[in-house]
Ligand binder design. Structure first.
Ligand code: ADP
Ligand code: MG
Length: 479
């Protein structure tokens, strides 16, 4: 991919542009807090100064895949035999999955009281340039079924880039740049719209939406935007509570199983917490999760949805013949499969043993992933052999192995806390999906695109999160 001419910007113009970017971000809520304290300093979100070039064809392909993935994950979440076979097997090696799985089994035995489910997903991709190839294609990093973040700040970054590119025209550095190469990004309104639709299907005028938050992220602006839009546009009230507070303040109505918190009925429980062991320091947080799962509230996601978002499931989906069980259209199967990187088990099966051997021999080709979300858990390339040698077979079984996706060279300029960093970068594209299913009639109520996110990081960085400090928020310039 060729570099874009805006990188030729002069130091003087770069300073002007940086100041414009920071002030736009601060004046439009494209911001983060430096810590969880409400009165802590608020700074601009880490952002790229320019959009990053991204092949139009691959961007559009990612959009095309999203409804197919949305429906696939819905079907997986309803396939008890599959969940039992794949996740049930992991409960011996993964304490966190075991606790989630136990909630799933408990509620299944008691009888599920809410047939409608809401999915606010995000499928993440990196462009892969195969050796000896000139054309890069997207490969899926992972599919997120819980707490897909940055929908709001991402849409704001798309707006910021429109403004900055307009500004660039006056510097005369980018005469050929077309602003319509920036795709519209409605992620900020589409996620609240999905929540509002689920709320409406719940069917109680006086009910409110619950956002399950982490104590440290209670006032994150990305989440605040969802609240503002729900309240201003949809006239729906949103309550924020941590799992601990829900355990303390929540109860179920004995007759209806409605979830009641502070005397308010909850229509939709939207999780922005609950995806990591760190979110459950005691049994109380687990009790809260069980309370919600038992309730009549519409869950985003249900525990079943969360379980099928496990990385082990991603690996199993890549096994020949598995996709075909859920997707009847062969061309859809081919499309999904074309974006899968090599994925391998690391258990005691012959395939698992062969993969472990391969990873010891060629660690630079792989990444090892445990069944975790939220960043900072993977083991990359040169660290793999030592990790494999240290692990028991049981520990090793809780990981999957994945081919390292190798993106083409790309440069950009990013700003983090006022500091400009220029260099070779890697971008990761996320596509949001909004799905509402109703099990009573196998019904798909909504299966839509939600918008997109581009995160960009230094080429030498393995991990990818924005909140974890590795990446900045970017937007794609379609070429
Ligand atoms: P998490 O659930 O922690 O977000 P991910 O699978 O998204 O786990 O991995 C975290 C980051 O690691 C990604 O955002 C991406 O930057 C990088 N990464 C993950 N898998 C690969 C891969 N196969 N090739 C290259 N980079 C990867
Ligand atoms: Mg991820």
């Amino acid at each position: 991919m060729t570099n874009v001419e805006y990188l030729e910007i002069s130091p003087t113009n770069l300073t002007i542009l940086k100041e414009q970017a920071i002030d736009w971000a601060l004046s439009h809520g494209l911001v983060i807090r430096t810590n969880s304290n409400l009165s802590s300093t608020t700074v601009h979100a880490p952002i790229s100064l320019f959009p990053s070039p991204f092949p139009k064809k691959e961007f559009e392909f990612a959009l095309e895949l999203q409804p197919i993935f949305n429906l696939l994950f819905h079907k997986l979440s309803r396939d008890h035999e599959f969940i039992e076979k794949i996740i049930g097997k992991l409960t011996d090696v993964d304490d966190f999955l075991e606790k989630l799985y136990n909630i799933y089994i408990t509620v299944r035995k008691e009888g599920v009281t809410q047939q409608i489910s809401l999915g606010l997903h995000r499928s993440d991709y990196i462009l892969h340039l195969a050796p000896n190839s000139t054309e890069a294609h997207i490969q899926q990093v992972e599919f997120n079924t819980i707490s897909s973040s940055f929908s709001s700040l991402s849409a704001l970054t798309s707006e910021l880039h429109k403004y900055l590119l307009e500004s660039l025209k006056y510097f005369d550095v980018s005469p050929t740049l077309k602003i319509d190469a920036l795709p519209a990004n409605e992620a900020m309104i589409n996620l609240p719209k999905g929540i509002a639709k689920a709320h409406q299907l719940y069917g109680s005028e006086s009910a409110v939406v619950l956002m399950v938050v982490q104590p440290a992220e209670r006032n994150a602006f990305d989440q605040r935007w969802i609240e503002y839009i729900l309240m201003n546009k949809h006239k729906i009230h949103l309550m924020r509570k941590t799992l601990l507070e829900i355990q303390r303040d929540g109860e179920l109505d004995k007759d209806t199983k409605a979830l009641i918190i502070d005397n308010k009925e909850i229509s939709v429980a939207y999780f922005r917490s609950g995806y990591s062991p760190k979110d459950h320091p005691t049994g109380k947080e687990w009790n809260a999760r069980l309370l919600i799962e038992r309730s009549k509230a519409i869950k985003c996601p249900t525990v079943a949805y969360q379980l099928v978002g496990a990385k082990k499931v991603q690996q199993v989906l890549a096994v020949p013949g598995v996709l075909e069980r859920y997707i009847s259209n062969p061309s859809d199967v081919t499309k999904l499969r074309s974006c899968f990187a090599g994925l391998y088990p690391l258990d005691s099966s012959p395939e698992g043993e062969a993969a472990a051997k391969l990873a010891l021999e060629y660690p630079e080709r792989f990444v090892m992933k445990p069944q975790r979300e939220g960043g900072g858990n993977n083991i990359y390339t040169k660290d793999i052999p030592q990790a494999l040698r240290r692990m028991t077979l049981l520990e090793r079984s809780s990981y999957i192995l994945m081919d390292l996706i190798q993106p083409p060279k790309m440069s950009n300029i990013v700003v983090r806390e006022g500091e400009v960093i220029q260099g070779e970068m890697i971008s990761e594209l996320g596509i949001y999906g909004v799905f509402i299913g109703d099990n009573r009639d196998e019904g798909v109520v909504i299966n839509e695109l939600g918008g997109h996110l581009l995160r960009t990081k230094g080429r030498e960085t393995n991990e990818g999160g924005v909140a974890t400090g590795y990446s900045v928020i970017d937007s794609p310039l379609l070429i």
